[in-house]
Design a protein around this ligand. Structure first.
Ligand SMILES: [Zn+2]
Ligand SMILES: [Zn+2]
Length: 451
């Protein structure tokens, strides 16, 4: 027993003496090499070229909460960051794709919408974008796959507290009746019944859109300029005069969205070196595409050859402009065609390429000239997001009339009295009239307002 104890003491002494000696020891060349390996393994630096198309500027940011998926309202935009969400990405709506609509969110809190095609609004709800955070909508042209959700948006934006005028931007046409002003005026006529019915609720200036029509022939003219944001436009060839392309610039970030068109030399002129060049694309397999999508080949060939951008054309434009990422949208996103489309783009362009499809794909322009893109995630079921008010109080604008001012007495008399169907004492007081026909200011009730 004594021997064992002595041996243990000897061992302990040995350990206490050797550990400090080991710690103070100079690292061996092997240790330094291992440290180098663990620090830099897999990081190219100037040691090798990474991939075929992914340049050093393609990277996620540390603050992106998931690097492969974008979950709405999980990330704060940095003050100089831009987020671009494809709320719509095609021309024929399907379960996974709506008509064209692109939301550009700036780090200063401003939102800009480009096109508002069929079905896209449900994606704004799914991605938690309250209607009252959208004040500026730009249209590339007036085909319904790009604008048919506008009437609904106009009518329901005030119901989600959008009580200020909506700014609508777009081109003139070859005649006044083909310009955006004419379209909006007549859309407001079309919605006369809807407006008058909803004027029994607070609407404010929500049904007084401000239309900003610009000359469709103006090359490089300014469509919008405020708070450091500049949006220019130029004419493009697409089915009829009055189609336009846009470029947005803010804090050194730049995005071109060319809308629908034939490949256009002005796009090369105005989009050189942008962060994102977003263009429509058609796979140059007209016969096969026609069989797959059910369009007679003659119509498909005529449509593409007069009015659209085959993927070879997009590759050519991106090769000439060298965007940080070349983005193809307005595209029926199908596995069977995707690799072919990429191959056609690659015939000319070797840089970073992405599809702006299917719906919800999300791009971030961040850091020092970096770009990243991910699938956007929306829950299967969506609810309307709470409106955003940045003020301590909100002011309800006065309605123009009461509901029963625009329902005649005979029709009203046919209503079954509520006493007959509410349980006794369940609803003691009926709110039959808006209580005060003037503006009312109250503390902001949306304590849980989303950003
Ligand atoms: Zn279109
Ligand atoms: Zn079109």
């Amino acid at each position: 027993m004594k021997i064992i104890n002595c041996f243990n003491i000897f061992l302990l002494a040995l350990i206490f003496l050797t550990i400090p000696a080991a710690l103070s020891q100079e690292p061996t060349p092997e240790m330094l090499k291992a440290k180098e390996f663990f620090s830099n393994a897999g990081i190219p630096g100037d040691k090798w070229k990474e991939g075929e198309t992914m340049q050093p500027h393609v990277a996620p940011a540390a603050h992106h909460s998931a690097s492969l998926l974008y979950y709405p309202n999980t990330e704060e935009l940095q003050e100089d960051e831009v987020r671009v969400i494809f709320m719509g990405s095609t021309y024929y709506p399907t379960q996974s794709q709506s008509g064209m609509s692109i939301l550009v969110q700036l780090g200063n809190g401003e939102n800009f919408v480009f096109d508002l095609g069929i079905g896209s609004l449900r994606n704004y709800n799914s991605m938690r974008i309250p209607f009252n955070t959208i004040d500026h909508v730009f249209f590339t042209h007036l085909h319904m796959d790009h604008m048919s959700d506008l009437p609904y948006f106009m009518m329901f934006r005030p119901i989600q507290s959008g009580w200020t005028p909506l700014n609508i931007y777009g081109p003139s046409g070859s005649e006044p009746r083909y310009g955006i002003t004419h379209m909006v005026e007549h859309m407001m006529e079309m919605t006369a019944w809807h407006q008058d019915s909803f004027h029994a609720w607070p609407i404010g200036e929500g049904y007084n859109p401000k239309v900003h029509e610009f000359d469709f022939m103006d090359e490089g003219g300014t469509a919008y300029e405020a708070n450091g944001v500049k949006i220019i436009h130029w004419p493009t060839s697409h089915t009829k005069d009055g189609a336009t392309s846009y470029r947005l610039d803010w804090k050194g970030r730049s995005i071109c969205y060319t809308g629908d068109n034939r490949p256009n030399s002005l796009t090369i002129k105005y989009c050189g070196g942008v962060d994102m060049l977003i263009s429509e694309v058609q796979t140059a397999t007209v016969s096969l595409t026609s069989q797959a999508l059910g369009m007679p080949p003659a119509i498909a060939a005529y449509t593409v050859d007069t009015s659209h951008t085959p993927a070879y054309g997009l590759g050519y434009i991106c090769e000439k402009t060298q965007p940080k990422v070349c983005v193809a949208t307005h595209y029926s996103y199908e596995d069977v065609f995707n690799t072919e489309t990429v191959a056609e783009v690659r015939h000319h362009f070797k840089g970073a390429f992405a599809f702006g499809a299917p719906d919800l794909v999300t791009f971030n322009l961040h850091g020092k000239g970096k770009v990243w893109w991910r699938e956007g995630v929306a829950a299967d079921s969506a609810q309307i997001p709470l409106p955003v008010f940045k003020t301590e109080t909100i002011t309800f604008p006065a309605p123009r009339h009461q509901v029963y001012d625009v329902i005649n007495d005979t029709v009203e008399a046919n209503e079954i009295p509520m006493e007959k169907w509410y349980p006794k004492g369940h609803k003691p007081e009926r709110v039959k009239e808006w209580p005060l026909m003037e503006d009312v200011t109250i503390p902001n009730p949306f304590k849980r307002s989303e950003k």
